[in-house]
Design a protein around this ligand. Structure first.
Ligand code: CMC
Length: 427
C-alpha cells in the first residue's frame, strides 16, 4: 500500500493512497480530523473525491467517457437508451430475457395516477417545465407510501421502473398542458423513445408518424446524458439520499440542481445565446471578446467544463447526430451555422486555448432538439429524462456500497468571534 505523508508543524501523518481501476490516485483523509484536528478546504469540490464508484469513468484530459467500462461512442452506436439504463443501474449489459423483463416493467409503469393530472391545472401556462417536473416527481412519493424505504431492496426495485417510465409521461403532459392540447396517454406498443415522442407530438385528431431517424437521435441524446459521475445534480441526489430520503425525493432534488444554467440549464441558454446573435446580427468576434471580458458576466454558454480539458466526447457525437438529422430532414438551421462559426473562433483564441475551454455536451444538443421540434424550455427536461438512470445507479450504489453515513461537509468559520448580546435600545 502506498502512503502520503503530511507534516503540519511538528505533527507528521501517514495517509493511505487509494488507487482506482484506471490508476486514478486519491489520498484518503478520512482520519485527518480525528488524528490531526484538521479538515481540508476545497470550494467547488474540484479536488475532493466524495465516494468510490464503479459506474462511470471520465478522463477529462483525454476526453474519454465510459459507462461500466463501455465507451460512450460504442453505446451511442449500438445500444438503446433502455439497454444503457439497465447497464448503468445493474452493472452489466442485459441479456435478451433481462431486457424484455425490464421493458415490460417500464410498460407497466408508464401511466400516472389520474389524480395527478389535476396538478397540472394549478400551474400557470408559463410555468417552466423543470419546476413542474421536480414537483411532480417528488409528488410520486405520496402515491407509493409502501415502497419508500431505501433500506429494503425489494421496495427500491419497485420504484426504479416507476421513476424511469413515468418521467417521460410527466414531461410530455407538462408540454401538452402548456400549449393547451389534450394529453396523449402512453401507447405501450411503442418503444421508450417513440412512446415519448408520440406523447409529445401526437394529437387526437390526426395520426402522428414517428420518424425512425428522430427516434434514433433521441436515443443517442438520452444515452449521452445518462451519467457523468459526481456532477452537481448527481452529487445532490447522493447527498439528499444519504439522509435516507426516498428515491423520488432525492431525484426531485437532482432535477432542481440540474436546472441551473451552469449545469443542465446550459442547453437552453446556448440556443438563447445563438438566437440573440442571429436576431441582433452580432459579430462573432465581438461575442468572443465579451466572453473573455472579466468585467462582463457573459460566458460562452456550452463552452468549458469542470472535468474536460479537451473536447467533450459527448459534444463530438451530438455534432454528428445533429448534422445527420438536419441533412435527413432536409433542413438548414442558421443557429447551427452560427454555432460552428463561434466554435471555430473560440478554439483558435488564446484565452480559450490557454484555459482549455472546449464545446461541451450542451453546445450542440439544443440544435438537435430544435430540429426534432422540442420547444426551448423542454431542453433541460430532455437532459433530466436522460440522467434518470445515472441518478438511480448512484443512489442505489450509495445505499448498497456506501458506509451509510449522512453526507455532511465541514467548513472553516470566518465570522465574528463570541460577542455579548446588545439590547435593541443600545444598538
Ligand atoms: N466562457 C468564458 N470563460 C469561461 C467559460 C466560458 N464558458 N468557462 C470557463 N471560463 C473561464 C473562467 O472565467 C475562468 O477564467 P480565469 O481562470 O481567468 O478566472 C477559467 O475559464 C476557468 O473557469 P472556471 O469557472 O473556474 O471553471 P469551472 O470548472 O468552475 O466551471 C463551467 C465549469 C461549466 C461551470 C463553466 O465552464 C461555465 O460556466 N460554462 C458555461 C456554462 C455551460 O456550458 N455549462 C454546461 C456544462 S456541461 C453540462 C453539464 O454537465 O452540466
Amino acid at each position: 500500500m502506498e502512503f502520503a505523508e503530511l507534516s503540519v508543524g511538528d505533527q507528521k501523518l501517514k495517509l493511505a493512497v487509494v488507487t482506482g481501476s484506471e490508476q486514478e490516485r486519491a489520498i484518503d483523509i478520512r482520519e485527518l480530523r480525528a488524528k490531526a484536528g484538521l479538515i481540508t478546504l476545497d470550494s467547488g469540490y474540484g479536488n475532493t473525491g466524495a465516494c468510490q464508484s464503479s459506474i462511470t469513468y471520465i478522463d477529462g484530459e483525454k476526453g474519454i467517457l465510459n459507462y461500466r467500462g463501455y465507451s460512450i461512442e460504442d453505446l451511442a452506436n449500438h445500444a438503446t437508451f433502455v439497454e444503457t439504463s439497465y447497464l448503468l443501474i445493474y452493472g452489466h449489459l442485459p441479456t435478451a430475457a433481462e431486457l424484455a423483463d425490464f421493458r415490460t416493467l417500464l410498460i407497466r409503469n408508464s401511466l400516472l395516477h389520474e389524480d395527478m393530472l389535476h396538478f397540472y391545472d394549478g400551474y400557470p401556462s408559463t410555468a417552466h417545465p423543470m419546476a413542474i417536473l421536480s414537483s411532480m416527481i417528488c409528488s410520486l412519493s405520496s402515491y407509493y407510501p409502501d415502497s419508500l424505504d431505501p433500506g429494503d431492496p425489494a421496495q427500491v426495485e419497485r420504484l426504479i421502473p416507476r421513476v424511469l417510465s413515468k418521467i417521460r409521461t410527466i414531461a410530455a403532459f407538462a408540454y401538452k398542458k402548456s400549449i393547451g392540447q389534450p394529453v396523449i396517454y402512453p401507447d405501450n406498443s411503442l418503444d421508450y423513445c417513440s412512446n415519448f415522442l408520440n406523447m409529445m407530438f401526437a394529437v387526437p385528431s390526426e395520426k402522428y408518424i414517428i420518424d425512425p431517424d428522430v427516434v434514433k437521435a433521441v436515443n443517442t441524446l438520452l444515452i449521452l446524458h445518462a451519467d457523468h459521475e459526481q456532477n452537481c445534480s448527481t452529487s445532490t441526489v447522493r447527498l439528499v439520499g444519504s439522509s435516507d430520503a426516498n428515491l423520488f425525493a432525492s431525484i426531485a432534488a437532482g432535477i432542481c440542481a440540474l436546472w441551473g444554467p451552469k449545469h443542465g440549464g446550459a442547453n437552453q441558454k446556448v440556443v438563447e445565446m445563438l438566437q440573440k446573435i442571429d436576431d441582433e446580427g452580432l459579430d462573432i468576434k465581438e461575442v468572443v471578446r465579451m466572453a473573455k471580458d472579466k468585467n462582463s458576466s457573459f460566458r460562452l454558454m456550452g463552452f468549458g467544463h469542470r472535468v474536460y480539458r479537451n473536447y467533450d466526447p459527448r459534444a463530438r457525437v451530438i455534432k454528428e447526430v445533429s448534422d445527420k438529422l438536419l441533412a435527413k430532414l432536409n433542413r438548414s438551421d442558421p443557429l447551427l451555422d452560427i454555432a460552428k462559426e463561434l466554435e471555430e473562433h473560440a478554439l483558435s483564441d488564446d484565452y480559450f486555448i490557454e484555459r482549455k475551454l472546449y464545446p461541451n455536451v450542451d453546445f450542440y444538443s439544443g440544435i438537435t432538439y430544435r430540429a426534432i421540434g422540442i420547444p426551448l424550455d423542454m431542453f433541460t427536461v430532455m437532459f433530466a429524462i436522460g440522467r434518470i438512470p445515472g441518478w438511480i445507479a448512484h443512489w442505489k450504489e450509495m445505499h448498497l456500497d456506501g458506509d451509510g453515513r449522512i453526507g455532511r461537509p465541514r467548513q472553516v468559520y470566518t465570522g465574528a468571534r463570541k460577542r455579548s448580546f446588545t439590547a435593541i435600545e443600545q444598538r
